[in-house]
Structure formats: structure tokens, C-alpha cells
Design a protein around this ligand. Structure first.
Ligand SMILES: Nc1nc2c(c(=O)[nH]1)N[C@H]1C(S)=C(S)[C@@H](COP(=O)(O)O)O[C@H]1N2
Ligand SMILES: [Mo]
Length: 433
């Protein structure tokens, strides 16, 4: 017996695990070894031959190919950092597309998955507070009453690169893959604020969504951050309802979310229900203390000043570059003496000035070619080549500089309790021969 063609291995397991085991493995739970047909089905799901089909334990399905579960619809290879709340990173080498596909876009939730929305166009959100005329809009009205724009914009978690802080800082240990650059379609928040009419007292926004908090306490939002009015009025700050030309997926905040490019992703509120225009800096969960805040003056690494020394809200994300053409650990054939490289670079509010690569541990650097940005806050794709001197272990380093004169450091020197803004140079190991 073998799994019916039209049903995935995961569906079989979901419906009847015992029967699925019997069908896939040809025996009862607890055994090992895939039946040939099951090995083929699993290979298709995993995107490659299963190397040791005889060793696969009963009940095991390939990682990241789930049709149900937390990474449903995502490319195999995303790294699940946490299941609840859901946090998943895209390894750098899976960010090789000009525009990050939805299947490869990282996920970061602070709360629990919100209920699905049957009719996205009927979903309502409000803009209220320090405005002359509060707005109450359905997503359908947002699309028809205002003029949507489409831009390719960075979305990066404030903790991107956190794993490279030493000593370890609190929070999800992101590598450099809490970033994506998608095409977002939405209405500039500035147009909604203009329609509502800002009062002179308006200084900040506060954002709310309908995702329940991890604590289960319905009185408290999972997260509620905000931005100064100047950033809210910037034309690339969007109230977005589409991603890469598709209706905004539920996992990424559908029916409607904020996209505030260049700033920590936490201000790009998903599952949006309310934008509260405030007469002071917003004080929801995720504001104040050391949350998304960095010390004004350096603090000794490892010392948790707990917000007592001067902290400021993290605004622009720092300059960063990644290599996307080769995964760290890639083996190259003996005799390989040069390599064509591709990657991406971005710098929050600033533009990229240069990207350089080194294959001799930083003794010498070679500039690479940068492709133009489509619009402000787009990332820059880059390509170039590098010589590899001889067989053995090499590291490829990529280093970007921005137009404000900031350069990526070899090691992060801006330690802070929650590990924001770490933009150390990426080191990719390749083995020749
Ligand atoms: N409602 C809501 N919006 C949210 C969050 C959340 O937990 N709830 N997480 C934020 C954080 S910390 C990040 S980095 C981005 C991630 O967006 P993505 O999951 O679409 O990649 O969403 C932000 N918006
Ligand atoms: Mo984030």
C-alpha cells in the first residue's frame, strides 16, 4: 500500500496517524525505513532525494514541508526559532531573490495566531485620537477611496543579527535573516492622516491589532508600538493590503498591516485594527524600558542597566549586507579559484554607498556592483566575483558602508540588553576540495 497521490504525507498523518504510518512505512508505528513510493512522495515534498530512506523513523515527515502547522506554505529550510509565539528566520542563502517571495519571508509574532478573516474587504480599522475627524474604514473603502501605491520595501526585525552579540543578549537569536524585501501595495498613512486632519497636539502614533497576547489576557495587546508623526507622514509608510501582488497573507498581517520601512519591524503592525494618534510618545507594550531601545552612551557588555541609563527608541535600522549566493559550509570542487557572488545590502533610513567582499579575512577588499534601488527603502542587490587562493577553508566576508559614513564592524560593539542593531560583518565559510 502507498499514500494516495493526491494527498500529501502531512495530510495523511493529520487525518489518521496510525493508518498513515502503515501506508507510508508498510508497518506499524515504531519501525524504520520508507517504502519506495513513500520515499518518492517525501522526496518531492522535501525538494530532493531522501539520502537514507531505510533509516527514516516511522512517523517522521521532512522538516519545513508541512502543509499544516506553523510553517505551512513556507519553503523548506526556514529556521523555526520558536513555535509559540511563532518566530521563523530565513537563512541568508534563501534570500537570493530580487523580491523576497512570500514563501521565504521571515515570520515574527509576539502573540498568538489571530482568527482567520472570512471577508478581508469587510474588515474594519480606525484612525482616531488627536484628529479632527476620526476615520472608520473597511479595507474595501481603503482601496476605493484612496490611491494605493506599490513599492518594494525592507521589513527587518529590530533584533536581526542578535545572535552575534557577545555576551548573548535577551531575545530570539536571529542570524542575519530577519529581513525580507517584498512589494507592498497600500495607501500612504499620510493620506489617511490628512483625511482625518491632524490636530496640533498630534505627536506620535500607537498601533493595535487583533492578535491575542501569548499570556491569553484579552485586556492587553500582544504588542502595541508607535512612531513619531514625521515618520508616519513619510510617503513610504503604508497601510498595506497586498504583498507581492497577492492579498496580504494572514501570516503576514492580513487583511491589513502597517509597513514602516527602515525601522524595526515591530512598528509595522500586523492585523491592524486601530491607529491611535497620540499627544505624547506612545506607551503600549513594547515601548519604554529596554524594549526596542538602545543606550545613548555605550554600556558595558552584559550589564543590564534596565533602562536606568539614558535609552532612546531604536529608529533607523543599521547598515547591513548579506551574501545570498552561497550557504555557509558550501563545498566547492578542487581547483576552484574564483567565485561569482550575489547578495543584498540595506541601511534603514540611509542609502548604501559601497559593498565590498574579502576572502583573506579582511586584509584586502574588493568592491562589488550594486544594482539600482527601485524606490527609497528598497534593498540593493549586488553581484561580484572573488579569487580563492588554493584549497581548503576560506571565509567570504561582506561589508557595506552607508551614505552617512557608517561601516559594518567585524564584531558588534554596541551591546545592549535586548540585543538590537547588531550588524557585524557576515562570515561565510566555503571549503575548496
Ligand atoms: N499585531 C502584531 N504586529 C506585529 C507583530 C506582532 O506580534 N503582532 N510583530 C512585529 C514584529 S516584532 C516584526 S519583526 C514584524 C514581522 O513581520 P512578518 O511576520 O510579516 O515578517 O511584525 C511586527 N508586527
Ligand atoms: Mo521584530
Amino acid at each position: 500500500m502507498a499514500a494516495k497521490k493526491e494527498r500529501s504525507v502531512e495530510e495523511l498523518y493529520r487525518d489518521d496517524p496510525e493508518r498513515a504510518d502503515a501506508e507510508v512505512f508498510g508497518r506499524r508505528s515504531g519501525g524504520r525505513g520508507l517504502a519506495p513510493k513513500a520515499a518518492r512522495a517525501m522526496a518531492a515534498a522535501a525538494g530532493g532525494r531522501i539520502a537514507r530512506p531505510e533509516a527514516v523513523p516511522a512517523g517522521l515527515v521532512p522538516r519545513g514541508s508541512e502543509t499544516a502547522g506553523p510553517l505551512a506554505g513556507k519553503t523548506p529550510g526556514l529556521i523555526l526559532l520558536q513555535e509559540a509565539p511563532l518566530v521563523a528566520e530565513t537563512p541568508e542563502h534563501l534570500l537570493d531573490d530580487e523580491t523576497t517571495p512570500i514563501t521565504r519571508f521571515f515570520l515574527r509574532n509576539n502573540g498568538l495566531p489571530p482568527p482567520a478573516v472570512a471577508d478581508p474587504d469587510a474588515h474594519t480599522f480606525v484612525v482616531d485620537g488627536e484628529v479632527h475627524r476620526a476615520l472608520r474604514l473597511t479595507v474595501g473603502e481603503l482601496k476605493s477611496r484612496f490611491r494605493p501605491v506599490t513599492c518594494r520595501l525592507q521589513m527587518e526585525c529590530g533584533g536581526n543579527g542578535r545572535a552575534f552579540h557577545m555576551p548573548a543578549a535577551r531575545g530570539n537569536p536571529w542570524g542575519n535573516g530577519a529581513i525580507g524585501c517584498a512589494e507592498w501595495t497600500g495607501v500612504p498613512l499620510a493620506d489617511l492622516l490628512a483625511a482625518a486632519g491632524l490636530r496640533d497636539t498630534a505627536v506620535h502614533t500607537g498601533h493595535y491589532g487583533f492578535d491575542p497576547p501569548a499570556s491569553g489576557d484579552p485586556a492587553r495587546p500582544s504588542i502595541s508600538r508607535g512612531i513619531p508623526i514625521a515618520k508616519a507622514m513619510e510617503r513610504h509608510t503604508l497601510v498595506a493590503f497586498a504583498m507581492n501582488g497577492e492579498p496580504l497573507p494572514h501570516a503576514h498581517g492580513g487583511p491589513v498591516r502597517l509597513v514602516v520601512p527602515g525601522w524595526p519591524g515591530s512598528v509595522s503592525h500586523k492585523w491592524l485594527t486601530r491607529i491611535w494618534v497620540r499627544d505624547r510618545v506612545h506607551d503600549g507594550p513594547g515601548m519604554g524600558g529596554t524594549s526596542y531601545r538602545v543606550p545613548i552612551l555605550p554600556v558595558p557588555p552584559g550589564v543590564d542597566a534596565n533602562g536606568r541609563t539614558g535609552f532612546v527608541d531604536l529608529a533607523s535600522m543599521p547598515v547591513r549586507s548579506i551574501l545570498t549566493s552561497h550557504a555557509s559550509g558550501t563545498r566547492l570542487p578542487a581547483g576552484t579559484s574564483s567565485l561569482r557572488l550575489r547578495g543584498a545590502a540595506w541601511a534603514g533610513e540611509n542609502d548604501i554607498a559601497t559593498v565590498e567582499v574579502s576572502a583573506d579575512f579582511g586584509l584586502s577588499w574588493t568592491a562589488v556592483r550594486l544594482s539600482p534601488a527601485r524606490n527609497r527603502y528598497d534593498w540593493r542587490r549586488w553581484s561580484g566575483a572573488i579569487r580563492l587562493a588554493g584549497e581548503g577553508y576560506h571565509e567570504i566576508w561582506t561589508r557595506a558602508a552607508d551614505t552617512a559614513g557608517n561601516v559594518q564592524p567585524l564584531r558588534a560593539a554596541n551591546w545592549n540588553p535586548q540585543g538590537y542593531g547588531c550588524n557585524a560583518i557576515q562570515r561565510v565559510a566555503v571549503l575548496v576540495g
